[in-house]
Design a protein around this ligand. Structure first.
Ligand code: AMP
Length: 450
């Protein structure tokens, strides 16, 4: 048997027989099963709350974009563009990429929808799936999700600082202690000078094979190379902070002052450059506090004042931050945090017999119309079985309707915690349930819609 995988061509019908392998999710792509949803909902809720607190508006952009968008902005020399993009030619011959990140698509949308004429800065947030053909490992997937915040149309250092503060607060709300690393990589002018002196310094140094290539094309990347050989070299390397021009220096000092004023701890990391070409001035990354020697990057961001112009917009300063959802969830689960299950409902309608089932279906819709979270198991016949489900769903009340109750025009209300049962008129059940739920903690308010 050939050890090579058979390549199935696009229009060739796939033949299945009993010896075919089971079809599984692609490597690096994961299902999010029902039991994991509570973690996703928890993180998504916190992101949404934080975004609203700081007046960010939500944006969604398409999964597919023109490949040019990323080639022009992220940089040809980056791993993402050079090796990791899912790019293909579509049926009309256009080169398409599945988005590997969200900053460029958000910037594209800013230009395309004339957001330059909105009150500036425009503050947008997102939660999106991204695609990178990476070597998979724990916390490194080919489809992953990021939440992110972008502030477009503002050059002030206050905005950079605010994003660091937003990020720090957000991780805190997840229950995670974030460690912030920050640096400034200057503007195109002062960076040019720095690159010259870095190249000079590295000229006679031994660097890893990948960095040999980077030395010419993108020497800043040598700074954040993880290879020991390269890191050892850097101890004596010139530091970018020493090369900042007056404006860039003032900008960075102001950012740090605001962080200090707000008691936000950070580490200055002169080797942090954040890989992608579009960054300038402030760059930062968020790590989990290192209990182990392996720190995990949870998120990162920075200023990207040239990006909008690069893709055809007017020069527009901007700054952003994005974090990985999967990694936050890994951390939350590692630390064993209890995440409260989503409320499964307040009331369960249980029925015995065909007539009762019909009436219960109506009652179910009636309760829902009144905003009561109602659950059912109309496919079940036995009462015990239905009450077991009600129990599992942790509802407050079960409403039980059988033959006798139908004849009497009544229904049983069972308090699921105490087991106490009362009989009330069927036609009074909706207002009675609303009254009880409202009284439960004094806070629960249901809509009054009919
Ligand atoms: P980046 O856009 O590369 O700066 O990534 C921002 C954050 O997204 C990182 O700090 C990670 O938390 C997360 N992330 C990036 N790439 C992956 C990936 N392949 N799998 C899972 N999470 C990722």
């Amino acid at each position: 048997m050939s050890r090579h995988k058979k390549i199935v061509h696009e229009n060739e019908p796939v033949k299945f027989n009993k010896h075919s392998h089971k079809i599984q999710a692609l490597k690096g792509f994961k299902d999010i099963l029902p039991e994991h949803q509570k973690f996703w909902n928890f993180v998504a809720e916190k992101v949404k709350d934080t975004a609203e607190d700081y007046s960010f508006q939500k944006i969604d952009t398409p999964v597919l974009e023109s490949a040019l968008l990323f080639q022009r902005t992220i940089g040809e020399e980056t791993d993402i563009v050079a090796k990791e993009m899912y790019t293909f030619t579509d049926k009309s011959g256009e080169l398409i990429t599945m988005r590997p990140e969200m900053t460029a698509p958000v910037a594209r949308a800013y230009i395309e929808h004339g957001m330059i004429s909105w009150p500036q800065p425009v503050k947008l947030w997102y939660l999106a799936s991204l695609f990178r053909h990476e070597n998979t490992q724990a916390g490194r997937l080919r489809e992953h999700h990021q939440f992110g915040f972008e502030v477009l149309g503002g050059a002030e250092p206050e905005l950079d600082a605010e994003l660091v503060i937003v990020a720090q607060g957000l991780y805190k709300s997840f229950g995670l202690e974030a460690e912030i690393e920050i640096n400034s990589i200057g503007c195109s002018t002062c960076r040019r000078e720095y690159i010259k002196s870095l190249k000079k310094f590295l000229r006679d140094k031994k660097v890893c094979e990948t960095c040999e290539g980077r030395l010419e094309r993108n020497p800043l990347r040598v700074l954040d190379c993880k290879e020991k050989k390269c890191q050892e070299n850097l101890v004596e390397a010139p530091q970018i902070l020493d090369s900042l021009c007056e404006d860039c220096k003032n900008h960075f000092v102001k950012v740090l002052e605001i962080l200090d004023d707000n008691s936000i701890g950070y580490n200055l990391n002169p080797y942090l450059v954040r890989g992608l070409d579009y960054y300038n001035r402030t760059v930062f990354e968020i790590f989990t506090k290192s209990q182990t020697e392996d720190k995990m990057a949870l998120g990162g961001g920075g200023r990207y004042d040239y990006l909008i112009e690069q893709i055809g917009g007017r020069p527009t300063p901007a700054v952003g931050f994005a974090g990985g959802l999967e990694r936050v969830i890994i951390k939350i689960r590692e630390l064993g945090f209890e995440i409260k299950e989503e409320g499964h409902g307040d009331v369960f309608v249980a029925q015995l017999g065909d007539e009762a089932r019909k009436k219960c279906m109506k009652l179910f819709n009636e309760l829902r119309k009144h905003g009561v979270k109602t659950r059912e198991a109309f496919n079940k016949k036995g009462l015990t079985e239905q009450l077991e489900i009600a129990n599992r769903l942790k509802v407050k009340y079960a409403l039980i309707l059988g033959q006798k109750e139908i004849m009497d025009g009544t229904i049983i209300i069972r308090d699921m915690e105490s087991g106490i049962q009362e009989i009330i008129d069927l036609e009074k059940v909706v207002p009675e349930i609303k009254r009880r739920l409202l009284g439960m903690n004094g806070l629960k308010v249901y809509s009054e819609k009919e």
